[in-house]
Design a binder for this molecule. Sequence first.
Ligand code: FES
Ligand SMILES: [Fe+2]
Length: 397
Amino acid sequence: MSSPCKLAAGSVALPGAVYYDATTAMSETVQTMLQTNAEAARETEREADPGFLWDFWYPAVRSTEITGRKLATAMLLEVPLVLGRTSDGKAFAMRDSCPHRGIPLSYGRLDGPVVECCYHGWRFDACSGRCLEIPSLTSQDKLKVERIFAGHYPCEERDGYVWVYMNEPGARLPETIPAAPALPVFSEKYKITHLACELPSHVDHGIIGLMDPAHGPFVHQSWFWRSRHSIHEKEKQFEPIPNGFRMSKHSPSTNSAPYQLLKKMTGEPVTTTIDFVLPNQRLEEIHSGKLWFSSRATVTPVRRDLCRIDFVAAWNVVFLPVPIFRMFGKTFLRQDQETMIRQAEGLKHNPQLMLIDDADRPAKWYFALKANLIESRRAGTPMVHPMAEPVTLRWRS
Ligand code: FES
Ligand SMILES: [Fe+2]
């Protein structure tokens, strides 16, 4: 199992090592004991806090997965969910567990707006989780059925995904919750496509991999994108935005063929803006004249050792057919996925890691944003943004 990120900036340490003064003779037994204790302590720490950000929307399944009377299942932040669509078309998400004996409700059946458990037939309103009927009760029974609830979560559909608002376990749902995220689009007509892939990693590794500018020339070497030899120094301006940061509007890298083509098409400059927003979104907008391309990648924690990238892109660039884009997109995702599978192999041994300037500065901001958000929620104070002002970063890629 890979662990939530614990990265020591700029330091290298030997994992699991116990250091002691060589003059103090320490028996092998004692040393082993210390090591085991240290490992156990680290293990408990990890178990206690999986490092998830609650009280945000996360994509659970694609809208196309909940059709008719089908019940779909998903896991978000280690919470098992059952999702479906009521007979009048409203998507719902419940905890996939019957409050009676815990059997997954997904083994039950959907009947209009009601989910019926397969074990004793308790019936629940799918959208509110409220219990409507317990078939075993007689007219003598005093049990207040309507006071029993199955776990349920706010649910919205956007951009072809069913989004679920994961409020913190045991906490009350806030009075008002923000709207679910929506991909920015810039004309009435456009093409849209979705891709997904799972990564055997903690969400933090998925996210810092997503925002990492330095792996491109090594991981994404492709004839259509760039070669390892095209590596050159870059300078990009970043600015703080609420809950995140933005790579300010700029002309994208000249060593990428698609951008050159776009420029030739419109005869106008190409600009791109990339945002990262908590908990897990990377948004990119590319414009050239009237042509635009907009994409969003989210990295969603499934379990502490598994996350999923959901990628959606929309564009009005006529020369870019969906199947061609999907072919390139899948190649990119597969390259990232293969790298993360290899990384997970190394992370099993719980190594100390490094974040270096400037290429890993976005990753540092991510960890700082996350920590500051958690702290502001704990203290009930406004969140302190880790960036006081715009910053220029330089790296080679
Ligand atoms: S376990 Fe669901 S009704 Fe009994
Ligand atoms: Fe990548």
